[in-house]
Design a protein around this ligand. Structure first.
Ligand code: SAH
Length: 406
């Protein structure tokens, strides 16, 4: 028979809740109640470590004794019982019923007339969404369903956009999209992308994520291809601010990590200067992950203890020259020839291994390996093009492609 079940959301802030029982089940619920600012009193002769912590921090009141009857429930808006003793739990439940106070019996799913559903929360700049599941008499079944929904949220399968107009200003999130593969965008990144009205994308942002967006999400492409007129950074900053000031939720989806040679700092400062709320979500940087895609760890015991990430030539004279210091070059394909020569001129061994990894983490990824002496010619012969990460140092010997060539 189907149980009667009517979901309700309670705002328990400042309201008295009595929890009978001091074990881990009680502790888990009490912690959740405290997180919602309830005024919790725990009644139990002994309490577990988690509850002790809450007592010490002054978040709950603890009456260190057995349940003392109906008077213990005076003034409570909600009662929770999980003593591990069915007779006591039942007494609490019956006393609460007599007082017409809702009581959750956490240890008897069949007897209780109030239940706490399984739950997962996602908080976006527009506020919290709480997803709860209840399955009569079967809490595990409910958590299974909730977990599945949580995964769908974390992988960007659920639209979290606010449907009611925001009053006033919107928000901006600078989201690091990782090197291009869907799975390398963080869960937080997915949540925010699916909360956006507008997504401002780079050429190197993960395209599959963008392709999956509903048509009603506006996509603004500010991607730069080498040789074409890029949209100036100042204009990108303006677009982010303008859109947010229109009251829209804006995600700036960038390749890699926003703060690694990505001008994310400037975008954040522009938003802050305009009074636009801004969140920055780190991403998996191509500087580390693209070498990894080719089998190259940027540090490796016995081979390299440190690495530098650079773009231009200016930094080269000041870098360590040992082949045990890994050099990672971004945006460097066009000047590979000059760079290799400059590294040798600045003291690097001409036989230092070099790898050029194009389009890392995409189906057309390709690795070209050589040495400082040979790499420019090899790369030219294979028509190597941007985007690619260049790695210089002994760690390149660990590349999947290394043996074939060396
Ligand atoms: N903020 C980004 C870097 C931006 S600079 C990050 O943290 O990854 C752009 C450069 O990153 C490209 O010129 C290229 O050198 C590198 N890059 C980014 N994604 C790449 C990919 N999937 N494969 C190869 N190189 C990539």
């Amino acid at each position: 028979m189907t149980r009667s079940a009517f979901p309700v959301v309670l705002d328990l802030a400042g309201r008295r809740v009595v929890a009978v029982g001091g074990g881990p089940v009680s502790a888990r619920r009490v912690r959740a109640l405290v997180a919602e600012s309830a005024d919790v009193t725990v009644i139990a002769p002994y309490v577990c470590e988690d509850l002790h912590d809450l007592v010490r921090s002054g978040d709950i009141t603890w009456l260190a004794r057995d349940y003392g009857g109906a008077r213990d429930l005076d003034g409570a808006w909600l009662v929770h019982t999980a003593t591990g003793d069915p007779i006591t739990d039942r007494a609490v439940r019956e006393d609460a019923d007599a007082a017409r106070t809702w009581c959750v019996d956490a240890t008897d799913a069949d007897a209780t007339r109030a239940s706490v559903p399984a739950r997962t929360d996602v908080t976006t700049p527009d506020g919290r969404v709480t997803i709860s599941t209840y399955a009569a008499g079967d809490p595990r079944r409910a958590s299974g369903v909730t977990d599945a929904v949580a995964i769908a949220v974390a992988t960007g399968r659920i639209d979290l956009r606010r449907r009611r107009a925001r009053s006033g200003i919107g928000w901006v999130a600078l989201v690091g999209g990782g090197p291009g593969a869907d799975g390398l965008l963080t869960a937080r990144g997915h949540e925010l992308v699916r909360s956006a009205d507008v997504v401002v994308v780079d050429r190197l942002a993960p395209r599959t994520v963008v392709d999956r967006l509903p048509d009603s999400v506006e996509v603004i492409d500010v991607g730069k291809t080498p040789g074409h007129h890029p949209i100036p950074q100042e204009r990108i900053n303006e677009i982010l601010v303008e859109q947010a000031l229109l009251g829209r939720a804006v995600v700036r989806l960038k390749g890699g990590d926003p703060y690694v040679l990505g001008r994310g700092g400037e975008e954040r400062l522009a938003c802050e200067a305009a009074g636009v709320p801004v969140e920055v979500v780190p991403g998996v940087t191509s500087a580390v992950s693209v070498p990894a895609a080719a089998g190259i760890p940027v540090t490796h015991r016995g081979l390299a203890r440190a690495f530098s990430v650079v773009t231009g030539h200016d930094e080269i004279p000041s870098l360590p020259t040992g082949s045990d210091h890994t050099l990672v070059l971004l945006m460097g394909v066009g000047r590979l020839h000059e760079t290799a020569a400059l590294l040798v001129a600045n003291g690097r061994e001409r036989h230092t291994p070099v790898a050029v990894v194009e389009r890392g983490w995409t189906p057309t990824q390709r690795t070209t390996v050589g040495t400082l002496d040979t790499i420019a010619v090899l790369a030219a012969a294979r028509g190597v093009e941007s985007p690619a990460v260049i790695v210089v140092g002994d760690v390149v010997r660990l590349a999947h492609e290394w043996e074939e060539v060396a």
